[in-house]
Design a protein around this ligand. Structure first.
Ligand code: GLA
Length: 436
């Protein structure tokens, strides 16, 4: 009996995270990028990390269509704790900024149909210097379960990256064992990449629902493109580990804040969707301008991000040297139903929109006839035959983002289009199509 029990314990400690969550990339809102560690509510009442900010955001997520669009997690990042644990050793939320306590806040969030996200750190301290979980793992997980959280971002400051390969899975196992479904967001590889270690992504994907791979995003085009370039440069070792239940995370959306233009915001939404990245807004939803809100709520683009195949897309073409198509890139993601998403990104900043042509092999697109939908709806629906070049015209630091749907009768129609006697060939095609 004892042997069986020990065996069972042994087996369960090597089991993967099994919470059935994040079958598509998680979507929601998180405090950090926009609100950082603002704790002075007297000076900054609308911006400090507090229950007021979270409740106000919850209200807007529901009333203005964000929840309906799929943004369901509402998360507090760092700076929610008192600097000292309570006499019972438990984490204590800041008493002035969270006077009602976390359970009451969770109830409020749940009453709106949203899910509650929280932040902690695997080390002694969080990155901003509040108490971390190290040494109190079980008690903290118990507390989180009492508060009924649905999502936990576990950061990795103040702990050796070498200890993460065992530590993060062990913590995930404890979360699993509680029986509450808590989405597990790990910062494990970000710290290992930073320490120039090669993270074991196979293990990470087995034990986490999502994981921060690399640098923190900052509110600028420079930061965003640096992250985007890093994901493109490292895609061969990253992309294969993404799939239903487990995702690479290039960090939060900057859309609607201070640093990105509308065109640049469109780039982030497009590339993050190609990357099957979690879509975590971090913006003041009370003051966001409508043109940015429209980008965040673009249903066709969200559908690309949430595509059920769950295949992370790749940067399939890029040119950095000078010349006609310099600093343009093509990003491609396979979608269910014989469809593709293609993002043509320009990192140029020299004035006019540039026109460029791409062949089907440059875009890694299978031969055929396609229906082309502009996902930002600047252009109407058109048809494209893969024997022709695909023409795009892209704004500086902008994007053209299309969904291509392959048409079944492609072969026949393609032949007719290349025939000089079009009347004749159209008649032939018509007959052939009707026969088939
Ligand atoms: C780290 C993380 C950020 C944020 C801060 C909070 O830098 O990578 O996303 O959580 O800590 O202090």
């Amino acid at each position: 009996m004892l042997v069986t029990l020990l065996l069972l314990v042994g087996v369960s400690s090597t089991l993967a995270l099994d919470n059935g969550l994040a079958l598509t990339p998680p979507m929601g809102w998180l405090t950090w990028e926009r609100f950082r560690c603002i704790t002075d509510c007297k000076k900054y009442p609308n911006e400090c990390i507090s229950e007021d900010l979270i409740k106000r955001t919850a209200d807007i997520m529901v009333s203005e269509g964000y929840l309906d669009a799929g943004y369901e997690y509402l998360g507090i990042d760092d700076c929610w704790l008192e600097k000292k644990r309570g006499p019972d050793g438990r984490m204590v939320p800041d008493k002035e900024r969270f006077p009602s306590g976390m359970k009451a806040l969770a109830d409020y969030i749940h009453s709106k149909g949203l899910k509650f996200g929280m932040y902690e750190d695997y080390g002694n301290l969080t990155c901003a210097g509040y108490p971390g979980v190290l040494g109190n793992e079980r008690l903290d997980i118990e507390t989180f379960v009492e508060w009924e959280i649905d999502y936990l971002k576990l950061d990795g400051c103040y702990i050796q990256p070498e200890n993460m390969d065992a530590g993060y899975p062990a913590f995930g196992q404890m979360l699993n064992d509680t029986g509450r479904s808590i989405l597990y967001s790990c910062s494990w590889p970000a710290y290992q990449e930073d320490a120039k270690m090669l993270p074991d992504y196979a293990s990470i994907a087995q034990h986490c629902n999502m994981w921060r791979n690399w640098d923190d995003i900052e509110d600028s085009w420079a930061s965003m493109t640096k992250i985007m370039n890093w994901f493109g440069d490292n895609q061969d070792r990253l992309a294969k580990h993404a799939g239903p239940g487990h995702w690479n995370d290039p960090d939060m959306l900057l859309i609607g804040n201070f640093g990105l233009t509308i065109d640049q915001a469109r780039v982030q939404m497009a590339v993050w969707s190609i990357l099957a990245a979690p879509l975590l807004m971090s913006v003041d939803l009370a003051t966001i301008r409508p043109e940015f809100k429209e980008i965040l709520l673009n249903k066709d683009i969200i559908a690309v991000n949430q595509d059920p195949l769950g295949k992370q897309g790749l940067r399939v073409w890029k040119k950095t040297e000078r010349g006609a198509r310099s600093r343009l890139e093509v990003w491609r993601r396979e979608l269910q139903g014989d469809a593709l998403a293609l993002a043509f990104v320009s990192q140029r900043d020299d004035g006019i929109p540039y026109a460029a042509n791409f062949t089907s092999s440059e875009m890694n697109v299978q031969d055929g006839l396609y229906e082309v939908h502009d996902l930002y709806k600047d252009e109407g629906v058109r048809h494209w035959n893969s024997e022709e070049d695909f023409e795009v015209r892209i704004n500086p630091s902008g994007v053209k983002f299309y969904k291509l749907i392959r048409k079944p009768s492609a072969d026949v129609v393609v032949k007719s289009k290349t025939d000089s006697d079009s009347a004749m060939s159209e008649a032939v095609v018509y007959t052939m199509l009707n026969k088939s």
